[in-house]
Design a protein around this ligand. Sequence first.
Ligand SMILES: C[S@@+](CC[C@H](N)C(=O)[O-])C[C@H]1O[C@@H](n2cnc3c(N)ncnc32)[C@H](O)[C@@H]1O
Length: 346
Amino acid sequence: MVLGVKVGKRNAEVVRRALRAAGLIDPRFRVLRDEEHVYFPILGSPGPGVLEGIEYELVDMEFPVKRRRPRDFIELLEGELSDLELAAVPRAIDLVGDIAVIELPDELLEKGEVIGRAIMRFYRNVRAVYAKRPVRGVYRVRELIHLAGERRTTTIHREYGVVFKVDIARVFFSPRLGWERARVANLVRPGEVVVDMFTGVGGFAIHIARRVPCRVYAIDINPDAYRLLLENIRLNRVEGAVHPYLGDAREIVRQGLMGVADRVIMDNPSMSHEFVDVALDALKREGGTIHFYHFESGERPVEEAVNRFTSLVEACGRRVRNIRYARKVKSSAPYEWLIVVDGEVG
Ligand SMILES: C[S@@+](CC[C@H](N)C(=O)[O-])C[C@H]1O[C@@H](n2cnc3c(N)ncnc32)[C@H](O)[C@@H]1O
């Protein structure tokens, strides 16, 4: 039984304010109502003056316990997993549209369904949960293991007003790069020509074309990424601005995009060091900006990336005029970072 205050509906709001001001409402329980009365669970009798002049009754009654929203999906797993297992569940998950992706250690895979269901209970809009394995191959695609919910890998992801149709089993897509895509799009000036050499489903290209009138050449070698790029161009209504190409960036640039660009985006961090000559070919003769993405794991990863970029540019006989910006974008593995370098090249 819990102590409560019973008041007529007419006085309920005044009483609620007075009890709250006196710190008397018991937050563990829900307020109850019937046709004529409201019942407030309280921590102790209202002292003199608290409800002065108001007709009320003190009652002992059952109040339903308030259901508190859990802190995170891990809390929902307490009692289902051992303490050791709980400690090993990664806190970070990727939400791509209505699909959740988690990097589960091998020893937790047999608990994958329980973990997947907890994720779906916590994130009410999630319809499917997968465990991801490391990215592989030229297309940078991940093997996925279904944990819970629908067996569907296609979804619509929204970020900064841009819509992406994605198939997480067939293309690379990271929601953690949303801020970075928006950052680069904000640097583009009207009328610029941009080459997005490794566009995936159109990540940078579509952000840019949505934000500023310009021309973006968007290239990817993965036919599934290209198919989704075409859909995303249409979904975001940037048909005139984004020009899609399927194929190897080296060949596409050499076949028709030599010396056209004010800006080149090189988001293929495991391979971009092999394509700096291609990015320089795509840049206008008078120079422009290159956004160089690379994985680094040394003591000073940002300096490593800047030095790597500078020496690769110089090895091609061009000059880095200025490093406008360089920073860690995200961690990519234990002791490894994705680094971006914005370099102005002459
Ligand atoms: C890290 S993903 C790009 C992600 C994309 N920028 C985004 O924001 O979602 C790298 C992409 O490079 C593509 N790729 C790999 N080698 C390529 C090449 N030689 N030419 C063109 N695209 C290539 C892969 O298919 C993959 O989609």
